[in-house]
Write a protein that binds this ligand. Structure first.
Ligand SMILES: [Zn+2]
Length: 278
């Protein structure tokens, strides 16, 4: 669960197969006009993945979704926290650019170690069950009372799929089998990368864990899009429904550019860029 530091639970995948033995990247972008639920999706089409450079400015998020300003005003620094004390020796830090680097880091004034801050991976499951999906109502902040897929931070020592299975067990009391990767969604501004797997219930049983107040299977038409917890969940569910409607479940990659300065609760204040699907 996001915000938790739950311990590692050893859950092994008995079966793990990919739906795609071989694939090539298409660079079709998501079209904003086809998605009333995701009005801020970008329809830029011209960037190859290898040339991705992320910039953010106040004009990045165009809420009408018809265009995306790529004005290179402020390189996206993301959410960098000031670190006052060294995590290894407790010494005070100074913020400076280390030799040979380009970014300001927290450097310990006693032992000299550098506190690098890197993105976190969030892993979770999109559980399919007779054209229904399993959602959990959050019983903790942030986004208390809003619905999400079972997902949380990957722990050291586990694979992404293992983490997704563990989080699903912790939050939804559900034992699942991972079927395939479904979406990787990067959110550079807040330093998170989501990896969502398609999964199925091993047994038709689930119940809310301590971090959920309720778990429920939703018909696709009943998904509470106005009460979702995070932009990443909105994107994931919308892509899934569109895949079902098109008759082919794909694997998606995309970058969620949150509009700087907006609240995390404004889950529609973003654009989805570099949407690749195979
Ligand atoms: Zn130190």
């Amino acid at each position: 669960m996001l915000g938790s530091s739950s311990g590692y639970i050893s859950l092994r995948l008995k079966k793990h197969h990919s739906s795609n033995g071989f694939f090539s990247l298409s660079r079709r972008s998501y079209r904003a006009t086809s998605s009333p639920l995701l009005p801020a999706f970008s329809n830029r089409k011209t960037h190859a993945l290898r040339t991705v450079r992320v910039y953010a400015s106040q004009s990045d998020a165009n809420l009408d979704g018809t265009s995306y300003s790529s004005s290179v005003a402020v390189p996206s620094a993301g959410k960098i926290y000031k670190i006052k004390f060294c995590q290894w020796c407790g010494g005070t830090t100074k913020h400076d650019i280390p030799d040979g680097e380009e970014k300001i880091r927290a450097i310990c004034t006693l032992c000299g170690k550098i506190a690098y801050q890197n993105p976190k991976m969030v892993v979770g499951c999109l559980i399919q069950n007779d054209r229904k999906v399993l959602l959990c109502k959050r019983n903790i902040e942030p986004s208390f009372g809003l619905w999400t897929l079972p997902a949380g931070y990957l722990e050291i020592g586990e694979s992404a799929a293992e983490g997704a299975i563990r989080e699903t067990w912790e939050e939804a009391g559900a034992e699942v089998e991972v079927l395939s990767p479904f979406a990787q969604l990067d959110i550079p501004l807040i330093g998170q990368s989501y990896m969502i797997f398609l999964a199925k219930l091993k047994k038709p049983e689930f119940s809310p864990g301590p971090e959920s107040s309720e778990c429920r299977l939703f018909e696709l038409d009943d998904i509470p899009f106005d009460s979702l917890a995070f932009s990443s969940i909105l994107v994931t569910l919308k892509l899934y429904i569109e895949d079902l409607e098109s008759g082919k479940i794909k694997y998606h990659y995309g970058i969620i550019h949150k509009r700087p300065g907006t609240s995390p609760s404004e889950i529609r204040a973003f654009t989805l860029d570099y949407h690749l699907q195979v």
